[in-house]
Design a protein around this ligand. Structure first.
Ligand SMILES: C[S@@+](CC[C@H](N)C(=O)[O-])C[C@H]1O[C@@H](n2cnc3c(N)ncnc32)[C@H](O)[C@@H]1O
Length: 246
């Protein structure tokens, strides 16, 4: 390896009598995009939040709403997808410091990724009952470069009034895992049902580990999809929009 001041993070693993030395080319885990300066309670990993968006029928000319936004991860990932922003563009990788990485090639690859961004006008909103989370989400959106594409506001689920006929809701509400919290979570799912059931032009996608969610929501899901949020078994309850009548 060339003589430079560069450092090469090494990892050693030993299995039986064989030691393997590997160089870490990534640095912080790949799911970290580098924009999340602060988090709330039970934040989703960024790549998991992106997967939740990609599992919906959303495209970037439809309204998108996350009613339990916390630190804003789902709404920010939707904005990045909507504008085709490469997920690693706002972070660094360990290999960038390696002497054998050609800096001109690195700059070229970053420029190519940046050139693929579009300037689509997006209608994305995130809301949370907790004003502190709204400030955190705004900071994170600013870091991710999507502050102009996402609006965050303080709003309780029960007070939401849709501004358009069609759109997509993605929510990662509290799961009520702690003792005594399940009744509060189920009350929230009931409120979601009351507000969202009449919104038949909207598709709704709600992730929870409460597998009886449909009872509280008051409607059987169009489809349920089993997902692991880390090690926790959850279902992604999907309520598909009715097609517009012509
Ligand atoms: C599991 S956290 C969401 C985490 C988020 N996906 C993230 O990655 O940061 C659930 C959020 O729902 C919010 N919440 C709880 N009850 C609510 C309600 N009635 N209306 C709106 N938000 C609510 C909480 O304040 C919390 O921030």
């Amino acid at each position: 390896m060339p003589e430079t001041g560069a450092t090469y993070p090494l990892e050693v693993s030993i299995l039986k009598d064989v030691a393997t030395l590997t160089i870490d080319t990534t640095g912080p885990s790949l799911f970290k995009r580098g924009y999340r300066v602060a988090k709330g309670e039970a934040p989703l990993k960024e790549n998991f939040a992106a997967a939740l968006v990609l599992l919906t029928n959303w495209h970037n000319d439809l309204p998108f709403y996350d009613p339990t936004t916390g630190s804003g991860t789902i709404a920010i990932e939707a904005a990045m997808i909507g504008r085709n922003i490469a997920p690693g563009l706002h972070r660094n990788f360990a290999f960038e410091q390696f002497a054998l990485t050609p800096s001109d090639l690195l700059a070229q690859v970053r420029d190519e990724a940046a050139a693929q961004e579009n300037d689509a006008q997006l209608d994305i909103m995130g809301a949370d009952i907790n004003q502190e989370m709204v400030e955190i989400a705004n900071n994170n959106a600013h870091q991710a470069g999507v502050l102009k594409q996402v609006r965050f506001k303080q709003l309780a689920v029960k007070d939401y009034k849709p501004e358009s006929e069609r759109g997509v809701i993605v929510s990662n509400p509290p799961y009520g895992k702690r003792l005594n919290d399940i009744q509060v979570a189920r009350q929230l799912y009931k409120e979601m049902g009351e507000v969202y059931r009449p919104m038949t032009g909207w598709s709704k996608y709600i992730l929870t580990s409460d597998l009886t969610f449909e009872n509280s929501f008051g409607q059987k899901a169009t489809k349920r999809r089993k997902l692991y949020n880390g090690t926790l078994r959850t279902d992604y309850f999907q309520y598909w929009a009715q097609r517009p009548k012509h």
